[in-house]
Design a protein around this ligand. Sequence first.
Ligand code: SF4
Length: 690
Amino acid sequence: MTAAGVHTTCPYCGVGCGIVATPDGRGGAGIAADHDHPANQGRLCSKGAALGETLSLEDRLLHPEIDGRRVSWDVALDTVADGFRRTIAEHGPDAVAFYVSGQLLTEDYYAANKLIKGFLGTANIDTNSRLCMASSVAGHKRAFGSDTVPGRYEDFELADLVVLVGSNLAWCHPVLFQRIEAAKRARPSMKVVVVDPRRTETCDIADLHLALKPGSDVALFNVLLAGLSARGATDGRFVAQHTSGLAEALAVAQATDAAACGLAASDLATFLDWFARSEKAVTLYSQGVNQSSAGVDKVNAIINCHLLTGRIGRAGMGPFSITGQPNAMGGREVGALSNTLAAHMDFGPAEIDRVARFWGAPRMATRPGLKAVELFDAVRAGRIKAVWIMATNPVDSLPDADAVRAALRACDLSIVSEAIRATDTVDACRIRLPALAWAEKDGTVTNSERGISRQRPFLPPPGEAKQDWWILSEVAKRLGYGQAFAWRGVADIFREHAALSAFENAGTRDFDIGDCAALDDAAYDSLRPFTWGGASDKRFFGDGGFFHADRRARFIATTARAPVNAPQAARPMILNTGRVRDQWHTMTRTGKSVRLAGHRPEPTVELHPGDASARGLADGDIAEMSSAWGRSVMRVHASDSVRPGEAFAPMHWTAQVSRAGRINAAVNPAVDPISGQPELKHTPVEIRRL
Ligand code: SF4
């Protein structure tokens, strides 16, 4: 730590950049990159660099409220505890739910998961990470027997071929893009392939852009698998010693029609040739893969190609899932998805028993709970009667978002813990609990390469706001579970979390940070970033050692299938949604920076010029997008960066900012049947002039 600066971690994307914040004594702070942090090595993107412009207390929720009236913490916490006690007594534990967030710190995430799964008796806790990487979690588990990201960020720089699938890395994970860009500049022979229906800013460094038909990723990687096999570009020793299931996967791949991708045969041949010849190949994928009704199959189709070539677990190679949020990985570690248990365990009988014994849990959940979309469906149907939302804004971020708002408004007991007063979810909830924000709260986060970093407070807590773990433990005490939640601070929680990761773990699970259980408070306070899973040069699976019982990875037969909702005559366009460079989620923080707002001051829909003119639309016109679920209004940006018949719109704008541009009101709620991740990138719409 420097004399005046506090070493902390950026609260935005899953790159997890280190920051040095220097408070100015007037409620603000200077922000600089941490040159010693392994993720960013002195770099920051526009969002991270503007963090100092987002620290004002305007729009903060600073006091507990019930039905719009300020109340004391005691009244608010008693009401929450009484409500949960009564609901469970009358309707059973599955009538309550938590919906949490990749914005939570690991210690907060751990507390929420422990309370609901160990003490309330239900696994109805899901996280907005369901929208981000649930398909990767499921794909990893099918292939590896564990939710393991095998590689490290440095693999992107060491690779001879970087394949970016469904990722606008230049805007969504800018520091990783900068690292690849610098590596390519230093070593121009390095090839970059971008697989994305859109021509994004990431294509600026691409040697080949495969603008495939939306949703055809499985077909593309099946064609690659079959082509690699036909060409003999395989690692027979690795396949024989460390995998199973190749024959079935290959048969399906060989039957795949390459025409489904809508790509030129010459581009496909180039892709195959580069992949076959590049021993050091990394395939990096993000939401274009995960946010799909075939997301899990897409992940496995990619992993299949790396297993066939033995390109996994060694420097400069491997499949790599980039997470969207600052602590999506921490959530995975504590088990905050409704279908997982803590410390990368599942709902097997032995694992349920192990976690219950560790926690001394009186009322352990015994089966997976509801996933995000079905959880809010259950709220709407009245099966869930008490829901507690923490640090997220599902009224804007979930698909079919108007239905989510209606569900919350009709719910008997709707609770939200939030730092921000003006969100559409806070508006829809009866009980509002003020939470600490970045710069005030304390704990750890885990980034996309399994790197654990401290987020440290450098500003005082405002108003009556409290950290989420404290709020949860106060409710637990009121429910009679004080002993199990008697933490003095975040270091106690981190030690407990670390101890659980090692509890009865004889190398059968990947996640083990048991050494951290011995950290004293001072060591926790001064913890420097570290990557779990071994030394900095260690990768998982280089010599096999997968986490299925037979220690072999699985090829998965992935049959290409179309997205759930096909375009029709009335709605012939395909809407794709995503991020813009300078905004984050629903803009509660980035929206405060005038500088960031200047990049994209209003929501726009990108349309191919031919589609725009066919509808009588010119660049700059206002258009309405309508789907079977809802509508949104945006300014038209005519651009040949999108394919004919397709449209792209940002996901950030909310009713608080721009009532009309709330895109998820129009987005379909179809999900992947395994991961439950919504298909946010494929909604049939029509677009017309307003
Ligand atoms: Fe923050 Fe991500 Fe930008 Fe790094 S790349 S500064 S983590 S938003």
